[in-house]
Design a protein around this ligand. Structure first.
Ligand SMILES: [Fe+2]
Ligand SMILES: [Fe+2]
Length: 290
């Protein structure tokens, strides 16, 4: 790939802009005062940067990109540190243009986890909420935003028109590659998601980092939480097997905590730290190998 310009690396002023856009697309039920149309003000600079983000994401997320990123990052040779330190390291990722306006990463993770905990779910579910976005450290390893966040989708088969901004796949070379542009592409009917390569980002990276330590429902939540074209739109039922269908119920259960737990009341990190340190110690090895 040719060298990317800063604008191609960082089309968003903050990666939270993507999540804000998802929230507009999938507003909380009962909180639908603004319709999708009203939300989407096509002239705002924010919408322009989100559009540009998706243009780049859909152009560059090829089958080849996914294999190359897996090859590089799944050696986990970037850094090694205790888990809590890794969470603090993630928190150095702040929105430079507007550091005061947004919740930092740790606050989003604590709010997600605390909402899960308040509903009485098992402790591994709470831990999942707490760590699910740690993979965004990829941004701190020099990755472009479109290789870290954004809706994820299968590569190696036809891109669904249920993926946000499907028109931008016209720029993706896989759209014209006969190996990858049919309904099943390199896959077979209902082969199961474990056989399917999914666009690269913080979700797949974090799944690979935790796959030996957490219960299976937690791993599905982590791996597929940005796979909106499936867990919201059911665009890839032809690739899922029966077991995936059962496990995606957990992904659906997780999603509202991720999207709708944001609150202006910020959690007090020092008060919560002992509880989360214990949870980490119960399930995860001492060191996070990033
Ligand atoms: Fe995420
Ligand atoms: Fe999240």
């Amino acid at each position: 790939m040719k060298k990317l310009t800063p604008k191609e690396m960082f089309p968003l002023s903050s990666i939270e802009q993507w999540e804000d856009d998802v929230l507009k697309r999938y507003p909380e039920p009962g909180n639908m005062a603004k319709s999708k149309e009203e939300f989407r003000n096509y002239d705002s600079p924010e919408v322009d940067s989100v559009r540009e983000f998706y243009r780049l994401n859909h152009k560059y997320q090829t089958y080849e990109n996914v294999l190359a990123k897996k090859e590089h990052f799944l050696k986990f040779q970037q850094m090694e540190m205790p888990w809590w330190s890794a969470m603090e390291f993630l928190n150095t990722l702040i929105d430079e243009s507007d550091p005061d306006l947004q919740l930092d990463q740790l606050q989003h993770l604590l709010q997600t986890a605390e909402a899960i905990r308040a509903d009485g779910h098992p402790d591994w579910f709470v831990l999942t909420g707490f760590i699910h976005d740690l993979g965004k450290v990829l941004c701190l390893f020099g990755e472009p935003q479109w290789n870290v966040v954004g809706d994820t989708f299968p590569v190696g088969c036809k891109f669904s028109d249920k993926i946000v901004y499907p028109e931008f796949f016209a720029d993706n070379p896989d759209t014209y590659d006969e190996r990858y542009n049919t309904k099943y592409g390199v896959y077979s009917p209902n082969c199961g998601m474990d056989k399917v390569e999914i666009s690269w980002g913080h979700d797949e990276y974090m799944f690979q980092l935790t796959k030996d330590y957490l219960p299976e429902p937690a791993l599905y939540m982590i791996r597929y939480h940005s796979f909106y074209s499936q867990h919201r739109e059911k665009a890839y039922d032809h690739l899922l097997n029966d077991h995936d269908q059962k496990m995606f119920k957990w992904v659906e259960k997780f999603n509202p905590y991720d999207l709708y737990s944001k609150s202006p009341v910020t959690p007090v990190v020092s008060e919560l730290k002992p509880y989360y340190e214990d949870l980490i110690a119960k399930y995860l090895p001492e060191m996070a190998k990033l």
